[in-house]
Design a protein around this ligand. Structure first.
Ligand SMILES: [Ca+2]
Ligand SMILES: [Ca+2]
Length: 347
């Protein structure tokens, strides 16, 4: 009998393995990218559970920049003064991350020390979160959400706007009024051009992660309509480990994930609800990444674009034309180098 059980278990494990390999391969083919993770779509009802605050929690706000955050049971209740209205990292044991608010480069960095997840004694991708809380979502209002995410390693992430309790409210299953597969969105990869365009007006089955390649940057813009009133809402990025709804860890230990241009606007009222290191619509010559200044990052993007290793959009190409001859070529790279070497003072 024991043998039979062992054999069945082995068979089950083997079949699970082959299934996950096949789906990972399918995903890779679908995305035509080097990304290695994919997430199983979760039934909305399954998502609602386990998302409430677990006993072992830790948060890091910019005030604790560069501190390592990890499990510390009951820390939340002992620190009621924690400011959730700024971007911070929340880690459920055993998840752990180093969080940096880089004011100079205008971005946040989350370095994954331990992603958590089921096999490490945690739960799922929500074991490690980068998030902000405390704004209001109103049913029927139109919203625009924007963010830029960069990753040192291939991985994936899930992002959502919902209520902190993950409680279903009206049409908002698990309290979510928006997630990364929902709404009218454009996801632009620095290395691949546009990788995803959605026009989803309902959740459908796509409760899955968005993949990102090693060293890639995704610029995301999405419009959605509020499907429920959420007096206190949160915007989260799940960066944690594999679990019942997530077939692979979002990111491996050691990966760094950077965020900037985190913006949420209520277009109905014109109110900006979240604005962390927002990009201005850049018309700055030589500013390719849209952060408002021309620097070495932009030079790298220009160089890669010129040899065909980066796909830039029209606005970026326009900003590449630093010598103003209406085309982008090697002379623009040369002028950019002179500017960055301070041989010339302006572009
Ligand atoms: Ca720039
Ligand atoms: Ca030019």
């Amino acid at each position: 009998m024991k043998k039979l059980i062992a054999f069945s278990t082995a068979l089950f494990m083997l079949s699970s393995l082959s299934v996950s390999l096949v789906s990972a391969e399918d995903e890779a083919v679908k995305n035509e990218s080097e990304t290695t993770t994919e997430t199983t779509a979760a039934a909305p009802n399954e998502k609602a559970e386990d998302r409430s605050e677990a006993a072992g929690t830790a948060d890091s706000t910019p005030a604790e920049a560069e501190d390592t955050v990890s499990e510390d049971k009951g820390e939340d209740t002992n620190k009621p003064e924690k400011d959730y209205s700024v971007w911070h990292v929340h880690a459920d044991s055993p998840a752990e991350a180093e969080f940096t608010d880089d004011t100079e480069n205008k971005e946040y960095t989350v370095k994954i020390v331990n992603p958590g997840g089921e096999k490490r004694g945690g739960t799922d991708k929500w074991d490690l979160q980068f998030r902000i809380r405390g704004f209001e979502i109103k049913e029927g209002h139109e919203y625009t959400v924007k963010y830029r995410i960069s990753a040192s390693n291939a991985g994936s992430f899930y992002s959502k706007i919902g209520n902190p309790e993950s409680e279903t409210v009206g049409e908002a299953t698990a309290g979510e009024v928006w997630h990364n597969q929902f709404g009218v969105s454009t996801v632009r990869s620095y290395t691949e051009g546009v990788v995803q365009q959605n026009a989803e007006t309902s959740y459908g089955d796509a409760w899955s992660n968005t993949s990102i390649g090693k060293g890639d940057t995704l610029n995301v813009t999405c419009n959605f309509t509020g499907i429920a009133d959420l007096p206190v809402a949160e915007w989260c990025f799940f960066l944690g480990g594999a679990g019942s709804t997530t077939s692979s860890d979002c990111f491996a230990p050691g990966a760094s994930v950077r965020f900037t241009n985190l913006v949420l606007i209520d277009n109905t009222t014109g109110e900006t609800l979240v604005s962390a290191y927002p990009f201005t619509d850049s018309s700055v010559k030589g500013d390719i990444d849209g952060d408002g200044k021309a620097d070495t990052t932009d030079l790298s993007l220009m160089s890669l674009a010129l040899i065909g290793d980066k796909v830039l959009d029209d606005a970026q190409i326009t900003n590449c034309d630093v010598d103003g001859d209406n085309r982008f070529h090697i002379a623009d790279i040369a002028k950019m180098k002179q500017y960055l070497a301070k041989i010339i003072e302006e572009l």
